[in-house]
Design a binder for this molecule. Structure first.
Ligand code: FES
Length: 631
């Protein structure tokens, strides 16, 4: 079988692959990140490319006539039959992402990391006192039984002599056991470092934290390289089941390690002496259950299938060496415990960041990312659920949708003549619409009568609404004003609207059902916490107006940004908060919505704008300008 060279444009990258390899696979081998929401199943239509050379392509209904005429094909449905130059279309690129790196978690007043450093002065060995280096050290420390890892033991003789019989010992006490983590020559007590890691399905963020001051020294983030193997957790689990588990473990580790490399470099350039991987002696990781499983190389098939059983909720005793992270191999790794298959350690970390578990006031926490998670509770109880909101607000399942990255419309208004005014991330020409833009759009289309309460697109005549074989669609922007010449007009279709409506209904339904099950009411809620990347760009007024979030006093809303990262960081710094994370995990009950009739009822009632029961949305009842709303 022949081998051929594939070159990717415009950003570069090439690979040599066998005949018959798909262009999507070739892009992965070339390290070219391409949008592939469905993982190459030919169902999402996101992997559009324009190849030149010899190839064989299956025609897909996801490629329009205009696109096909311009030579556009799906990368996952096109095989290499000769040397190729492949143009990756702008919307198919995994572009500069607006990764949410900010979090509002506090710096604890009293820093109590689980690692501490001690300067130990040893009596010099003599012929009368010639016990071994290790026993000498432990004898001096008064800790004869302290476990010592082999890495520290290997470093010991040189450290002792280089330091002139003075060494700095790093002790690590996590989960109630104190161990030696590291031995350094001389006095090295002025440096104690840890990393806090948020492993998201889409993005990964890592903070390098000074454990002596609580300060974040620097931060690095990137796409989770697993995205090459499917965008959502379901696609990843299926890939893992088909023999890809090890590859997924490798990809996520590689992403985290490349972020840590950046941190070592950036941190070193600002420090008195270079920062080495051995300097990172504490690691705190928060991620959803699937990400945590894949990070550890654990099976996920039982999480995917009913009754959705993870391998473990809580994993203790992890070391750097178990995870292949670019940190001290003996560093303890704290992995936030997962409550259920779809309520993971990231949600426990969100709760920890929000402080809702310490409050007497009833708080509702909503994290809308690739999946939607909702937690209701206060100091003495917490109930959580996952509402499989779907990827619509992350740009999936919506023809004009895209993630919040360069080229995405993140804010939009519809003018009286039905034309649009919008803001594009990166200030260039628009390529698509991200979640916050889509929420704006639903609200605006409803206000202008372009959709009815069931989100059905209305034909209003003119150029902006038009009827196609698939129903009526609204033109957000015409082709000549877009950033690509091949995608046709930017439109929202009947099917897009229904997907968006279902997503907002799932979130609204999840909030309502938690209130119903706990016998609480909206009036009792003192605070609504929005966590996650989505909340960052969100116009809360618009989200309420379409019935996605409760219609309560806007002052009750607060945003905590990347709660998972904030939680991971505070756990590095405070023993009290670490204990609280454990308590949150113990206390938080989980409600499985997929088999819950009440949720089904609430979901159905929410499939209207804003809701079947308009009384629940008094602001919407008044209408956008204070008049009665549209029926
Ligand atoms: Fe090609 Fe989804 S259609 S990756």
């Amino acid at each position: 079988m022949g081998k051929f060279r594939i070159r990717f444009e415009p950003d570069g990258g090439s690979a040599t692959v066998e005949q018959g390899t798909t262009i999507l696979e070739a892009s992965r081998r070339a390290g070219v990140a391409m949008d592939a929401v469905c993982g190459g199943a030919g169902e999402c239509g996101r992997c559009k490319v324009r190849p030149k050379g010899q190839f064989r392509s299956a025609r897909s209904p996801l490629v329009s006539e205009t696109e096909a005429r311009a030579g556009v094909v799906l990368a996952c449905k096109t095989t290499v039959e000769g040397d190729l130059t492949v143009e990756v279309l702008p919307r198919s690129k995994v572009g500069k992402h607006q990764i949410l790196t900010k979090s509002v978690a506090e710096v604890p007043k009293r820093l109590t990391p689980w690692v501490t450093k001690k300067l130990i002065e040893l009596p010099k060995a003599t012929i009368e006192d010639n016990i071994a280096d290790l026993e000498r050290l432990l004898r001096t420390m008064g800790a004869p039984h302290m476990p010592v890892p082999l890495t520290a033991l290997r470093a010991l003789p040189e450290a002792v002599r280089k330091g002139g019989w003075k060494v700095t010992v790093t002790e690590s006490s996590l989960d109630g056991r104190t161990e030696m983590c590291r031995v350094e020559p001389g006095d090295a007590t002025d440096r104690l470092l840890g990393v806090a890691i948020d492993i998201g399905t889409t993005t990964i963020v890592v903070d390098l934290v000074d454990l002596l001051t609580g300060k974040v020294l620097c931060q690095a983030s990137d796409y989770n390289k697993q995205m090459m193997r499917g965008e959502d957790v379901i696609a990843r689990m299926m890939f893992a089941e088909e023999g890809g588990r090890e590859e997924l473990r490798f990809l996520v580790t590689e992403t985290v390690n490349s972020a840590i490399s950046t941190l070592l470099e950036t941190g070193s350039s600002r420090a008195k002496s270079p920062i080495e991987r051995e300097d990172i002696v504490a690691v705190s990781v928060a991620g959803n259950t699937i990400m945590a499983h894949l990070f550890l190389g654990l099976r996920t098939d039982n999480v995917r299938l009913e009754p959705y059983v993870p391998v473990a909720h809580r994993v203790r005793g992890l070391r750097g060496s178990d995870t292949a992270l670019l940190v001290n191999p003996s560093a303890h790794v704290l992995l936030f415990p997962s409550r259920a298959g779809y309520v993971g350690g990231d949600v426990v970390a969100d709760v920890l960041s929000s402080g809702m578990h310490r409050s007497d006031d009833l708080t509702l926490l909503v994290d809308v990312g690739t999946n939607g998670e909702v937690v209701l509770g206060r100091r003495d109880w917490l109930v959580s659920c996952s509402c499989s909101a779907g990827p619509a607000f992350e740009g999936g399942e919506v023809s004009s949708g895209m993630r919040a990255m360069e080229g995405a419309i993140d804010r939009i208004r519809i003018n009286d003549d039905l034309s649009t005014s919008y803001h594009v991330l990166g200030e260039g020409k628009p390529l698509g619409i991200c979640g916050s833009g889509l929420i704006d759009l639903i609200a605006e289309m409803f206000d202008h009568g372009i959709i009815d309460r069931k989100a059905r697109v209305q034909s209003l005549g003119g150029r902006r609404t038009r009827t196609t074989d698939a129903g009526v669609e609204y033109v957000v922007e015409f082709k000549d004003r877009l950033g690509t010449d091949t995608s046709g007009d930017l439109v929202v279709t009947e099917a897009d609207m229904q997907n968006l409506l279902r997503t907002k209904a799932a979130i609204c339904g999840a909030c309502s059902v938690l209130l119903r099950k706990t016998g609480e009411s909206l009036e009792n809620i003192r605070s609504i916490v929005i966590a996650g990347g989505f909340g960052h760009h969100l116009d809360i007024e618009r989200a309420i107006s379409i019935g996605m979030f409760p219609d309560v006093d806007r002052k009750k809303y607060r945003f905590i940004g990347n709660g998972a990262l904030g939680g991971a960081r505070v756990a590095l710094l405070s023993g009290k908060r670490r204990r609280e994370a454990g308590e949150i995990f113990e206390k938080m009950t989980y409600l499985e919505l997929s088999v819950d009739n009440q949720f089904y009822d609430e979901f159905q009632s929410s499939l209207f704008i804003p809701h079947t029961d308009i009384e629940r949305f008094p602001s919407a009842k008044k209408g956008p300008n204070g008049e009665a709303g549209k029926g």
